[in-house]
Write a protein that binds this ligand. Structure first.
Ligand SMILES: NC(=O)c1ccc[n+]([C@@H]2O[C@H](COP(=O)([O-])OP(=O)(O)OC[C@H]3O[C@@H](n4cnc5c(N)ncnc54)[C@H](OP(=O)(O)O)[C@@H]3O)[C@@H](O)[C@H]2O)c1
Length: 251
């Protein structure tokens, strides 16, 4: 099977590429370094010609909310146009759990707009929403670091290992298109404050944690259930404690 992974050099994309190669598929990893720019459309047509399945794991951050939305929506318009032209049979994109609930956050709103662009494109699609990656919790903890006490909202989340997200993406991509949004989460629902405490203990970080319902998560106030899935399609197998132990050992 010929499969293209747009964003195939990123955290999730590179894991997806590796897994598909081990399964014996013919995989191309696409990114700007490979001459493919989803924003301008440059290189997309030739890169996707012959691909049966296209997996989208792109990501980018912009300080300006309208640039953020424009990036994801323009990318989808360009990718969809080429997917249809070259006859892609399954297009699957990675999105974020909570995209529909956190529209006050510019990034989540941009991801929701990306999802809408896919759903209305007429393609045979699957959208896989993932819970926050374990790997991204370090950045979240860094965000709250303004003093020797870290204020974090004690919200529940079903964070997941990037390896498990890549597994789920590969599994969904190799099946028929769902034509809808499906969700993948980690095996436990843990409070952000407890996850942060475990990371800080492992790092011997002396700061204290102050649970604060008014503290922001990635710049946004959260309710308690916005990062929890009520009906996950798949649940990753890696427990946070085991992931943390092995990532500390590997460091
Ligand atoms: N972090 C989380 O906790 C989390 C949770 C749920 C879902 N997600 C979703 O997971 C997805 C993947 O995240 P990730 O952490 O794997 O991303 P990442 O490591 O930042 O990788 C992003 C990829 O996109 C490519 N890219 C960026 N701009 C591009 C452009 N204009 N044209 C072509 N390629 C471009 C990058 O390559 P170049 O820069 O070399 O072009 C890179 O390969 C994102 O869509 C994110 O919304 C993340």
């Amino acid at each position: 099977m010929k499969i293209a992974v747009i964003g195939g050099t990123g955290l999730i994309g590179s894991k997806v590429v590796g897994q598909l190669q081990r399964l014996g598929h013919q995989v191309s990893a696409l990114s700007r370094g490979h001459g493919v720019n989803v924003l301008t459309g440059v290189g997309l047509s030739s890169a996707l010609t012959g691909a049966e399945i296209v997996i989208n794991t792109i990501d980018a951050r912009f300080p300006n909310p309208s640039e953020m939305s424009a990036f994801f929506v323009t990318a989808e318009i360009n990718i969809s146009r080429v997917n249809r032209a070259v006859g892609v049979t399954h297009y699957i994109a990675l999105s974020v759990l909570g995209a529909d609930r956190l529209a006050l956050n510019a990034y989540y709103l941009a991801k929701l707009m990306q999802e809408d662009a896919i759903r209305t494109s007429g393609e045979n699609y699957t959208i896989l929403r993932s819970a926050p990656f374990f790997e991204s919790l370090y950045a979240i903890i860094g965000d709250g670091a303004r003093s020797d006490r870290l204020r974090l909202p004690p919200v529940h989340m079903q964070a997941i290992a990037a390896d498990d997200v890549a597994d789920a993406l590969v599994c969904a991509a190799l099946g028929p298109p769902f034509g809808e949004i499906i969700e993948v989460v980690g095996p436990e629902s843990l409070r952000l404050t407890d996850l942060a405490a475990q990371i800080m203990a492992a790092d011997e970080d002396p700061r204290g944690i102050v649970p604060d319902g008014a503290a922001e998560y990635l710049g946004t106030r959260l309710g308690n259930e916005e990062l929890v899935s009520s009906k996950p399609w798949r649940i990753g197998g890696t427990r946070f404690e085991d992931w943390l132990r092995s990532s500390v050992a590997a460091a």
